[in-house]
Write a protein that binds this ligand. Structure first.
Ligand code: PHE
Length: 470
C-alpha cells in the first residue's frame, strides 16, 4: 500500500494526465534541439547507442526511483527528502539532493529559456514569410543575425521566462493539464510529417547511416582540426555527455520528476508510466534526428555545427516545401510549447519548496524564481555574441556551455546517483516494494539489482573516467 499522504499542491486528475504532464516535462528542447546537435558533434551512431543504453540502464530505473520518492513524500523534493530520510532513520544530509536539484534547475532554466527564445523568434520569422525560399547560406545568416543581437535575444528570453512564471503561478494542474494533452500529440504528428519531408527531399540514407551505424572508435575519440588534418585523441567525454543527456532529456536528477511524482494518484503504476514516458521521449528524439540530418547532409551543412544546428537546417526545409510558411510557423509554435511544458517543471521543485516550507504564495515564489533565472540567463544571452570570444571563456567554454556542462553532465548524474543510493540503501527495500507494488517478484528483484548496483556503478565509472582517474 502507498502512504495516504495528501499533497498540498494538488494532484493530477488522472493517470493519463500525469503521464502527459511528465512526457511534457521530458520532451522539450532536449529532444529536438540538443539531441541532434550533440549527436552531430560527437559523431553519430556510437554516441546514439551509448545514449540509448544510458536511458535504459540508468534513466528508466532512476525515473522509477524519483517517482516513488515523490509519491511517498508528497511534497517538494527538498521536503520529501528531509521527511523520508527522517522516517527511514537515515541522515538528514540526504536533503542536499533536493537543494542541489533546485540549483541545477536554475542553471538549466537560465540557458533553456534563451534557446526557447530562439524558437519564439523563429515563430515570427516563419509567420512573416522570412524563411520563404531561403538557401543554406541565407538560413545561416538569419541565425547569425539573431544570436548576434543581444537586445533581440534578451527580449525573447524575457518573454519565455514570463510565460513560465505565469503557468507555475497558477499551479501545475490548472496551469498545465489542458495545454499538454493537446499539444504533445500535435508535436508528434508534426515531427512525423517532417521526417516524411526529409525522406523525400533529403539525404535520408546518409542520415540513417550517421545515426545508427555504430563505429566504436568514435565513442572514445575526440577529433579536432580540419578534415585533412584531423587529430584524434582518446577521451571518455562522449560517454559522459551521452549519460548527461540521458538525465537531461528525461528531466532526471534534479527533482522535477520527484515533484511531479508528488501529485500522482495512489493507484497509478509507476513502472508502466515510466516506460511510456521513456519510450515517448526517446522516439521523439530519434524522429527529430531523422528529420534534421537528411537536410543537413542534403544541404552540405556540417553535422557538428553546434547549438544552431536545427535553427540553420529546418528553415531550409520550411522555406522550400509547399505550404512551408504555415508549416514552419506551426512547428516553431509547437517547439515553444514543448519547451514551455519542460521549463515549468524546472522551476516546480523550487516553487513547491518555497510554498510548502517557507509559506510563500505560489505567485510570489514563481515570480522570484523567474527573476533569478532571468538574471542568470543574461550570461547565456551574451555567450553568443559579446562574450563569445576566448577572453571570456573558462576552460575553453562560454558561460552558456559551462552552465550546460555543469548542470547536465555533473549535477544531474550526481543527483541521480544520490537518488539511487537513497532508494537502494538509505531507505531500504520495504519502501520501494510498497510504492512500486510490482506483482512479478522477479521484475522487482531485477529493478532492485539495477538501482543498487548497475546504475550507481555505471554513473561512478563514467565520472571517475571523466575526472581522469583512469
Ligand atoms: N527534459 C527536458 C528536455 O529534454 C529538460 C529538463 C531537464 C526539464 C531537467 C526538467 C528537468 O527538454
Amino acid at each position: 500500500m502507498s502512504s495516504k499522504r495528501e499533497s498540498v499542491h494538488g494532484m493530477w486528475s488522472s493517470r493519463a494526465v500525469f503521464i502527459m504532464a511528465t512526457v511534457g516535462s521530458a520532451v522539450g528542447l532536449g529532444n529536438i534541439w540538443k539531441f541532434p546537435y550533440i549527436t552531430g558533434e560527437y559523431g553519430g551512431g556510437a554516441f546514439v547507442l551509448v545514449y540509448l543504453l544510458c536511458v535504459a540502464l540508468i534513466g528508466v530505473p532512476i525515473m522509477m526511483a524519483e517517482l516513488l520518492l515523490g509519491r511517498r513524500g508528497r511534497s517538494s523534493p527538498i521536503s520529501t527528502m528531509t521527511r523520508l530520510a527522517r522516517e527511514e532513520g537515515s541522515s538528514p544530509a540526504w536533503s542536499l539532493v533536493g537543494y542541489s536539484g533546485v540549483v541545477a534547475g536554475f542553471l538549466i532554466l537560465s540557458f533553456y529559456s534563451v534557446i526557447a527564445g530562439w524558437a519564439l523568434a523563429y515563430v515570427f520569422q516563419a509567420a512573416s514569410g522570412g524563411l520563404n525560399g531561403v538557401s543554406a547560406e541565407g538560413s545561416a545568416k538569419l541565425f547569425a543575425d539573431l544570436v548576434g543581437s543581444p537586445p533581440r535575444l534578451l527580449v525573447w528570453h524575457t518573454v519565455f521566462i514570463v510565460m513560465t512564471v505565469a503557468v507555475v503561478a497558477r499551479g501545475v494542474r490548472d496551469g498545465l493539464e489542458r495545454a499538454v494533452t493537446i499539444l504533445m500529440p500535435a508535436l508528434f504528428v508534426m515531427l512525423l510529417i517532417m521526417v516524411g519531408y526529409a525522406y523525400l527531399e533529403g539525404d535520408f540514407v546518409r542520415a540513417l547511416d550517421f545515426l545508427f551505424d555504430v563505429n566504436f572508435a568514435k565513442v572514445f575519440e575526440i577529433c579536432t582540426g580540419s578534415a585533412e588534418q584531423l587529430q584524434c585523441q582518446f577521451s571518455g567525454e562522449p560517454v559522459l555527455v551521452a549519460m548527461g543527456h540521458a538525465f537531461f532529456t528525461l528531466s532526471l536528477g534534479m527533482g522535477a520528476i520527484m515533484a511531479y511524482g508528488a501529485y500522482v494518484p495512489d493507484r497509478a503504476s509507476i513502472t508502466g508510466a515510466t516506460i511510456t514516458i521513456a519510450v515517448a521521449d526517446t522516439v521523439v528524439a530519434l524522429l527529430a534526428g531523422m528529420a534534421i540530418f537528411p537536410i543537413v547532409f542534403a544541404s552540405g551543412l556540417e553535422p557538428s555545427a553546434g547549438p544552431g544546428l536545427i535553427f540553420q537546417t529546418l528553415p531550409i526545409a520550411f522555406g522550400n516545401m509547399p505550404g512551408g510558411q504555415w508549416f514552419g510557423t506551426i512547428f516553431f509554435i509547437l517547439l515553444v510549447f514543448a519547451a514551455w511544458s519542460s521549463s515549468i517543471s524546472l522551476v516546480e521543485p523550487a516553487v513547491a519548496w518555497l510554498v510548502d516550507s517557507r509559506g510563500w504564495r505560489r505567485g510570489t515564489a514563481a515570480a522570484v524564481v523567474g527573476m533569478l533565472a532571468w538574471t542568470l540567463g543574461i550570461g547565456s544571452v551574451l555567450s553568443f555574441n559579446v562574450w563569445s570570444g576566448e577572453d571570456y571563456q573558462l576552460f575553453g567554454r562560454t558561460i552558456f556551455d559551462l552552465k550546460d556542462f555543469l548542470a547536465s553532465n555533473v549535477m544531474l548524474p550526481l543527483g541521480g546517483l544520490m537518488i539511487a543510493l537513497f532508494v537502494g540503501y538509505g531507505a531500504g527495500r520495504h519502501m520501494a516494494l510498497d510504492e512500486l507494488a510490482i506483482r512479478r517478484q522477479q521484475l522487482f528483484d531485477a529493478w532492485w539489482l539495477v538501482i543498487r548496483f548497475v546504475s550507481p556503478v555505471g554513473i561512478g565509472i563514467v565520472f571517475l573516467n571523466s575526472i581522469g582517474v583512469f
